[in-house]
Write a protein that binds this ligand. Structure first.
Ligand code: NAP
Ligand code: ZN
Ligand code: ZN
Length: 347
């Protein structure tokens, strides 16, 4: 076994703290890479707090992982020692189900292996994430990362990037569309960048008036403060798509009212509590309320290549791992510009 240093929550009630653990030896198809940076996703906070379901503890969060390959198994073809590498929210899947066969490993019908707070494909061994100094992953779930981009700012692409890229591609959002990005945080700011890159008119819907200048710098064409009823009324029936990245309870009915006939509200934000939705928010105007989860491995590579080609990275605040708890507190208040990334050299 390979000894690894990390940060873990021992229970939903405890703060993250240093924790030593072990990873498997590098198998014939495995890649081991030393982690240089790991992004901090709101899902990390949801999961250590048991917001969604009872978690597996100790929990080492982190699924926006980038670093340098230090070992490869005998049969590995895609990577060599010294290459840059990345891993997102998945480390394995069954590979044989209908969804896996269509490059939709995130929807694996036999249960994909999440990078942390999940189980390997033996359905027994817990997985531990990227708040750690090294990781061993099957080569099929390791992504190539461009040498051209700032590596720390690439890390959030592995979750925030693909989670916004994938639905915008799936619903073919682009030129001629009016896209609203709801919530300007880690996912939201990537949604703005991709929406603009795909040619849509992008409006940020935010509870934070002070983010307006940033939204415009990110490329957004318009900004609506959702606490201001006049501004909300002005965009009634306006959008083709809403990309909803909100992490906390909110009124979907209000936002559905901003859609045109045949408009689509795409949920990627995953609040802990269910919401009441009136059928009458959907019926007049034949509106759709849909969801999307991260993206498959091939699409994640496509997104990373698109970002390298178009010079797209995340806007980040690099943090010391010792500051993870205050950083979570700031994230909970919507005060991140726009993704915390842990410098793993501080571990
Ligand atoms: P984040 O950086 O904390 O951003 C969330 C943003 O939502 C905040 O910055 C804030 O933006 C807005 N917000 C927060 N509370 C709100 C409220 N009560 N009402 C309205 N707006 C509110 O979080 P993130 O990392 O982007 O993640 C966002 C959500 O997506 C989380 O629930 C996360 O678990 C989920 N997620 C889902 C997937 C997936 O595959 N579907 C993948 C990754 C993450 P403003 O200040 O602009 O209002
Ligand atoms: Zn995430
Ligand atoms: Zn599968």
């Amino acid at each position: 076994m390979i000894p690894v240093k990390g940060y873990a929550a021992q229970s939903p009630e405890t703060d993250l703290a240093p924790w030593d653990f072990e990873r498997r030896e590098v198998g014939p198809h495995d890649v081991q890479f030393d982690i240089q940076y790991c992004g901090v996703c709101h899902s990390d906070l949801h999961q250590i707090k048991n917001d969604w379901f009872p978690g597996i503890f100790p929990m080492v969060p982190g699924h926006e992982i980038v670093g340098k390959v230090v070992a490869v198994g005998d049969h590995v073809k895609k990577f060599k020692v010294g290459d840059l590498a990345g891993t997102g929210c998945l480390v394995d899947s069954c590979r044989v189900c209908e969804n896996c066969k269509q490059d939709l490993e995130q929807y694996c019908l036999n249960g994909a292996s999440q990078t942390y707070n999940g189980l390997e494909q033996d359905h027994k061994t817990p997985t531990y994430g990227g708040y750690s100094n090294s990781i061993v992953v099957h080569e099929d779930f390791v992504l190539h990362v461009s040498e051209k981009l700032d590596l720390a700012a690439v890390a959030p692409l592995l979750c925030a990037g693909i989670t916004t890229y994938s639905p915008l591609r799936h619903w073919k959002v682009g030129k001629g569309h009016k896209l609203a990005v709801l919530g300007l945080g880690g996912l939201g700011h990537m949604g703005v960048k991709f929406g603009v890159a795909f040619g849509a008119e992008v409006t940020v819907l935010s509870t934070s008036p002070k983010k307006e200048e940033d939204a415009k710098k990110l490329g957004a064409h318009k900004f609506v403060v959702t606490k201001d009823p006049e501004q909300v009324a002005a965009v009634a029936g306006y959008f083709d798509f809403i990309l909803d990245t909100v992490s906390a309870e909110h009124d979907y009915n209000m936002y559905l009212g901003m859609l045109k006939t045949d408009g689509t509200h795409i949920c990627v934000g995953a609040p802990a509590t269910p919401s009441a939705i009136s059928a009458f928010s959907l019926i007049p105007g034949r509106k759709s309320l849909v969801g999307s989860m991260i993206g498959g491995i091939a699409e994640t590579q496509e997104m990373l290549d698109f970002c390298a080609e178009h010079d797209i990275v995340s806007d980040i605040e690099l943090i010391d791992i010792k500051d993870i708890t205050p950083s979570y507190e700031r994230m909970e208040k919507g005060d991140v510009r726009y993704r915390f990334v842990i410098d793993m050299a501080t571990l």
